[in-house]
Design a protein around this ligand. Structure first.
Ligand code: PGA
Length: 243
């Protein structure tokens, strides 16, 4: 089965740099071995979209609002993202949960609204280091799943993606051991299936780089990768996508 590889550019690039990186990736990533998605910042999205038109790359966004339209100053509508040919949307990234205090109820509402607007939510879940050290990782992951997916209905397994991103691994250079990601991803898939009645894709994210990506992609329960830092380098990211 094809793996799903998602680039999360966060707020790391200027507008011209986003266009430049997009053009480089379009040139380098040919063939259809894996499904590749790039998630630029909102301001770059409308200019990145046409560059992807006859390419293999698909478009994602880094977040979307819990409502399609209305009086929500500063928010971005999933309906408008859909109109710009966005296909995937990251929801509940730990940076938003931690730094912007996004809580479980809001994440749940964002997932429902994204689905209602025919976007594929990429729900991020993950434990903190202290929770892992106390042996509570599975408890936290189950709780985050239950809260985020409460009342969520999907028609097909392809309609929603989960990304397991342990917080201690994001941007630290310390990825989880691939075999451990395989075990946890299998656990997440089973827990999610109890809620959704579907076996959805489960990605791994957190300090994935060219050196460790092949080992992650070899794991049976790692259906793909969510990549931050290494997705900003055209050479490195394309080598990960093409293996
Ligand atoms: P990283 O980020 O690859 O830089 O660790 C991953 C993420 O935040 O999605």
């Amino acid at each position: 089965m094809k793996k799903l590889i998602i680039a999360n550019w966060k707020m790391q690039l200027t507008y011209p740099a986003s266009l430049d990186l997009t053009k480089k990736l379009v040139k380098k990533i040919k063939g259809d071995k894996n499904t590749v998605v790039v998630c630029p910042d909102y301001l770059s999205l409308p200019a990145v979209a046409p560059l992807l038109k006859s390419s293999r790359l698909q478009l994602g966004a880094q977040d979307s609002a819990a409502a399609a339209y209305g009086a929500f100053t500063g928010e971005v509508s999933p309906a408008n993202l859909k109109a710009l040919s966005v296909k995937y949307v990251i929801i509940g990234h730990s940076e938003r949960r931690e730094r912007l205090h996004e809580e479980a109820g809001l994440i749940n509402a964002k997932i429902k609204t994204a689905l209602a607007n025919k976007l594929i939510p990429v729900l991020c879940i993950g434990e903190k280091l202290i929770e892992k050290e106390k042996g509570n990782a599975k408890k936290i992951l189950s709780q985050e799943l239950r809260q985020a997916l409460n009342g969520v209905k999907i028609k097909s397994a392809a309609d929603l993606v989960i990304a397991y991103e342990p917080l201690w691994a994001i941007g630290t250079g310390h990825a989880i051991i691939p075999l451990e990601a395989d075990i946890i991803n299998a656990f997440i898939r089973t827990q999610a299936a109890k809620i959704l009645n579907k076996s959805v894709r489960v990605l791994y994210g957190g300090s994935v780089a060219a050196e460790n990506s092949a080992e992650f992609l070899r794991q049976k329960n790692v259906d793909g990768l969510l990549i931050g830092g290494a997705s900003l380098k055209a050479e490195e990211f394309s080598s990960i996508c093409l293996q």
